[in-house]
Design a protein around this ligand. Structure first.
Ligand code: NAP
Length: 300
């Protein structure tokens, strides 16, 4: 169980840290944040907003949100903190709907898996209010999506990266930091471009590999037999290929350059294995496998 040293659970009769939180996109990421904050009595009220009413109804049934509004603007107008957890491709349209409805001192944050384009969008759309926008990315997730996939423990002992800019107000950054700490997460700060580079290597490339591997096997003739005997290594490496295709399409498109560079590096590594096999060079194979094992044993 994660220590709650960083959280500030409120007493029933005290003012909650966030009087009204609006969660736009009540799926895995937004739903899990709501559930975690509810456990801590961190918010007075949590209002959901999003695209389809069916999802919002489901989120309410699951006690993820206290209520919802089908109008994003109407939901945002009541909020002290707005958390945007929709696919990256929907951010722009959602930001446009949020902007005219925001209370003057409302803080806005997001969960998008790539950050530089979100930061650029926020500066363009929120204009002066972008000083109260704090871009963020929880390094936590599963291959499941939607409200039913949400759970309160998702962020415990996980990292959340915030990517403030030089314009970001210290008070806004502190509020978003404290909110994440209340979920049991550790918060780190990073430049948005650096975030995108790091995540291209540690998350986006692994997803590319998993999608490519499953797609490669699925196109083989003896596919039924291959998947029947799939266990161990295949299950481990392919799990994330069950992730939401729209979310990953958007993440890849928003971090194109960095992912292209990582794919090139990976292709070069596969080439080394290919060449070693072609020339029956067991020593080179063993050297590469040994280096990789040593690195993984050391860092993971
Ligand atoms: P999810 O479970 O699919 O939830 C997405 C939510 O956004 C749903 O409530 C969906 O509602 C709503 N939505 C979709 N399109 C929308 C639109 N055009 N306008 C308004 N609402 C819309 O996805 P998620 O995994 O929570 O991901 C949310 C965000 O977190 C993404 O930006 C992703 O990059 C980021 N993230 C994900 C993970 C992960 O592992 N999943 C980890 C870190 C960060 P409907 O049901 O109506 O479509």
């Amino acid at each position: 169980m994660h220590s709650k040293q960083a959280s500030t659970p409120t007493q029933p009769d005290s003012i909650p840290a966030i009087p009204v939180l609006c969660v736009i996109g009540t799926g895995l990421i937004g739903g899990s944040l709501s559930l975690a904050l509810k456990q801590q009595n961190y918010c007075g009220r949590i209002i959901g907003a999003g695209r389809s009413e069916a999802t919002l109804q489901r989120a309410k049934q699951l006690a993820i949100i206290d209520d919802y509004d089908t109008s994003i603007a109407a939901a945002v107008a009541q909020a002290d903190m707005v958390f945007v957890s929709v696919p990256l491709g929907a951010m722009s349209a959602v930001f446009e709907q949020i902007k005219p409805a925001l209370k003057a001192d409302a803080v806005v944050t997001d969960a998008g898996s790539a950050k530089q384009q979100v930061v650029n969008l926020a500066e363009k759309i929120f204009a002066e209010h972008s000083q109260r926008f704090v871009a963020g990315h929880p390094i936590a997730g599963t291959e499941n999506s939607g409200p039913a996939a949400a759970f309160a423990e998702l962020y415990q002992q996980r990292r959340v990266i915030l990517t403030p800019t030089t314009h970001t107000l210290a008070s806004a950054l502190e509020q978003v930091t404290a909110m994440w700490q209340a979920t049991g997460a550790t918060v780190e700060r990073m430049d948005a471009t650096h975030h995108d580079k790091v995540l291209a290597a540690t998350s986006h490339l692994p997803h590319a590999i998993a999608f490519a591997l499953v797609d490669c096997l699925a196109s083989m003739d003896d596919i039924d037999e291959i998947f029947r005997f799939a266990a161990g290594g295949f299950r481990d490496i392919s799990r994330i290929a069950s992730s939401d295709p729209v979310m990953w399409r958007d993440t890849f498109m928003q971090n194109r350059e960095q992912i292209l560079e990582m794919i090139q590096r990976y292709q070069a590594e596969l080439d080394i294995i290919y060449q070693a096999l072609q020339s029956s060079d067991a020593a080179s194979l063993q050297a590469l496998f040994t280096r990789a094992k040593k690195s993984r044993d050391q860092f993971v």
